[in-house]
Every structure is written in C-alpha cells, then in structure tokens.
Write a protein that binds this ligand. Structure first.
Ligand code: ARG
Length: 445
C-alpha cells in the first residue's frame, strides 16, 4: 500500500517539463529577496548560481529525477540543496508551491501561445499564397454539400484565412490573461515580507502582477481560455481537413494531395489515402475532451488552492502538443496540394449553380425576386427532366417560363456570375484582390 500511496500524488513525470519556467521563476524570486535584503545578496547569488547549475544538468539530461520527490519543484529544490547546502533552504522564503505552480503554468501558457501564433501565421500565409496564385480558378461554392453558386478558389482560401485570423485574436487575448505574475501571493493570503512584486514581474517578462492573492493561487481561467481557443482553432482545422478529404476523393477530384501527406492502403494497391487530413480531423477529439476535462475539474472547487489543480497539466500539454503539429501539417497540405482547375470549373458549369443569377436576370427586367425564384425553379425542373443544364437549353425553352427572357440570358455564365458579385466581401476578382491586399497587410508583408 505504501507504494501505491506514494505514487498516487506524483506529478514529476509530466510536470518536469516545466523546469525552465520553474528555475527562471526561482532565480527572479531569489534576486528579489536579495535586493529587498530579505536574504543577503551573497545568498541570493549563491542560490541563482546553484539554480543555473541545476538547469544545465536538466538541459544536458544528466539530472537525477526522483519520482518520490513528487514534483518538479521539490526535485529542483532538493538538487539545489545538494549543490549549495543549507542556503538552498532560503529560496522558498516568501513563496509557496501554490503561487509557484501558478507562475509556471502562466509562463508555459505564454510560451505555448507564442508558438501557436507562429504556426498560425505560417498557415495564414499559405492560404494567401494559394489565393494569390489561383485568381483564375473557379469552383462551385456549396451549401448543404450541394453546389450553390460559383466562386473563385481564392475566395474560398481567404475564407479560411479569416477563420484563422480570428483564432489569432483569440490566442492574443488569452496571452493577455495569462500575462499576470502571481508570485507574492504565498500560499493564499499574500506574504509578510517586503517583496517587490513588480521587480519579479519585470524580470520574468510579465506585464502586470495579480491583484488578489486568493484569486491568484486558484485562478485557472487562463488555461480554460487557452483550451477554448485551441478547441475553436481545432474546429477550423477539422473543417479544413474534411474539405481536403472530400476534394481529394475521386468523386470531387478538385485537388491531389501531395504524396508526403498520403499513405498507401495495405490491402488496396490503387489507393492513396488522405491520412494526414484525417488525423488532423480525428485529433480534435482529444482537444475538445481536454477542454471538458478542465471545466469539469474546476467546477465547484472552493477557494483557494486545491490539489485537484495538479490535474490541469497533462490535458493542457496534450492539447498544445496536438495542436502545434496539426497546424503545421495543415499548412503543409494546403501548400503542397495540386489544384485541378478544369475539374472545379466543370463541376461549376455542369450544374445548376447559375439558378440565382438567372433569377437575378429576371429581377433586373422588373420581376419581383420571389416570383423570379418560382420561375427559375420551374425552369430548373424542366432542364433536369430534359437532362440538360441551363446553358444547353434553347432560348425558346426559357421563354416558355417567362416572356422577360431574351437572348442575353445566354450571357449568364459562371464567369459573369462571379464578376457580378462585386460587393465588399464578395467573390468578384476585384474584391478578392482587395481582400488579398488587406490579408497581406495583416501578415505584415
Ligand atoms: N504539483 C502541484 C500542482 O501541480 C504543485 C503545488 C502543490 N501545492 C500543494 N500545496 N500541495 O498543483
């Protein structure tokens, strides 16, 4: 039983990855204690030097991790003691593991967000590049996975650019909320020593200090926000992944996935499966699960610190460790896919995507839109019965449904349809070009 109980509380195997933050936090704390004459300057530098040695050992992978010491904090403190002796015991003056772990997780979150923003920038740049190079490519835009209206492929790419730009905003907001320095909160009530909290914040690159010690040791909102932002971003990634899976199927045939992002089937030799897109889509489950896990773990916890908080880590690490490669792989897939513009155009032309434009044609001739909608719906049924598309019907067929139809109705084409949508946010080339300029500005190039 002893073995079970001692193992039960251990977190060393996963929280050891916080060592850089933990040591940076301790060095800043020790410096501050020295500066404030809470310990002597010599003691402060001895501690800081010792911590630097410990850090080197961990970086070099020569550090003797001991599970039984429970967590990253105790492992580092014990090793510091072995290196510099009794004075090591002074480091924990005016500090608790409660404010220490809050600090570590905030520093981790800030780093994770910075990395995520880097990957998001790469992905957004990829959409812009693809959009720029495909201003002549048209495809059907879909609703209900039914061909709806023709659009520029570039417009479709920039739709994703918008989604991921909102993700950037979300992560930036989370960054601001994580960017609050909790040390000085002690176990929960603050500290009886004359601390300089602003100094510590500055040393560690935080823009402010926490306002309430009780909140500071028990707030994990910034992690919830991180999970929520990651989950929304994952929704976007999995929608993209799904579209790539559909587009690369023989049924659509709009794109070819680069070989490096496909895998052969072990049984069916003809197949190249879009496994990477599927895995991006499938890994969303973990990220959503971790959000729900954290919400559930936090609900109903009384102030202030509770050991339950220890359970915030694995899910958080898993979410970020999952999200970063998904962002990278998604950018890779979009960057390397080959387009099949003729297949896309064919799908737009051999369809009824011009129905709205034909109704709009009648509207321009004075018919109320609702009535025009009815006329075109009858015209469509007629065309379907004939096994023809609009452009294959003679003018006389049109005129059976409305006398307002004239020769110029044959000028309603997918290209004309796209060109007509010349409102801000529309798919007309000229609008998409403007959107591209704005997108490039947002990316800072
Ligand atoms: N491993 C703990 C955690 O992750 C560190 C803080 C422990 N504090 C305590 N009072 N037991 O939350």
């Amino acid at each position: 039983m002893k073995e079970v109980t001692s193992k039960f509380t251990v977190s060393t195997h996963y929280d050891r990855r916080l060592f850089e933050y933990d040591i940076a936090g301790s060095i800043a704390h020790a410096k501050m204690l020295g500066k404030q004459a809470i310990i002597t300057q010599e003691e402060a530098s001895e501690i800081a030097d010792g911590l630097a040695q410990v850090r080197k050992e961990i970086r070099d992978d020569t550090f003797p991790w001991r599970e039984e010491l429970e967590d990253v904090h105790m492992n580092i403190e014990r090793r510091l003691h072995e290196k510099i002796g009794e004075v090591a015991g002074k480091l924990h003056t005016a500090r608790s593991r409660n404010d220490q772990i809050a600090l570590d997780m905030r520093m981790y979150a800030k780093d994770a967000i910075t990395q995520t923003l880097g990957k998001l920038a790469g992905l957004r740049r990829t959409f812009v590049k693809r959009a720029e190079k495909s201003l002549d490519v048209i495809l059907p835009g879909y609703t209900h996975v039914q061909r709806g209206q023709p659009v520029l492929f570039a417009h479709h790419m920039l739709a994703y650019f918008e989604m991921f730009s909102r993700d950037v905003e979300r992560f930036q907001q989370v960054y601001q909320r994580a960017d609050v320095m909790p040390l000085g909160s002690g176990a929960l009530a603050g500290s009886p020593y004359p601390l300089d909290r602003e100094f510590v914040a500055k040393e560690l690159g935080f823009s402010k200090v926490s306002a309430n010690s009780m909140d500071a040791v028990s707030d994990r909102d910034f992690l919830l926000d991180l999970h929520a932002a990651a989950a929304t971003c994952t929704v976007h990634l999995s929608r993209l992944a799904e579209e790539l899976v559909l587009w690369s199927s023989a049924e659509f045939g709009f794109i070819g996935m680069a070989e490096e992002f496909t895998t052969g089937s072990s049984l069916m030799p003809q197949k190249r499966n879009p496994d990477f897109a599927e895995l991006v889509r499938g890994r969303s489950g973990k990220i959503f699960g971790n959000l729900i896990g954290l919400l559930t773990m936090l609900k109903g916890l009384p102030l202030t610190y509770n050991r339950d908080f220890q359970e915030d880590k694995e899910g958080t690490f898993e979410t970020i460790d999952t999200l970063l490669p998904c962002l990278e792989v998604s950018a890779g897939m979009v960057e390397t896919m080959t387009l099949r513009p003729e297949r896309m155009r064919h799908a737009a032309q051999e369809s009824y995507v011009l129905a709205t434009d034909i109704a709009d044609y009648l509207v321009r001739k004075g018919m109320p839109f609702r009535e025009a909608h009815g006329v075109v719906s009858e015209l469509s049924s007629h065309a379907v019965k004939q096994g023809k598309f609009f452009h294959q019907l003679p003018l006389s067929d049109y005129q059976r449904f409305s006398k307002l139809f004239d020769k110029d109705v044959l000028g309603v084409t997918v290209d004309a349809s796209i060109a007509a949508r010349d409102v801000p946010g529309g798919t007309a080339r000229n609008q998409v070009e403007k959107a591209l300029v704005v997108a490039k500005q947002a990316l800072g190039k």
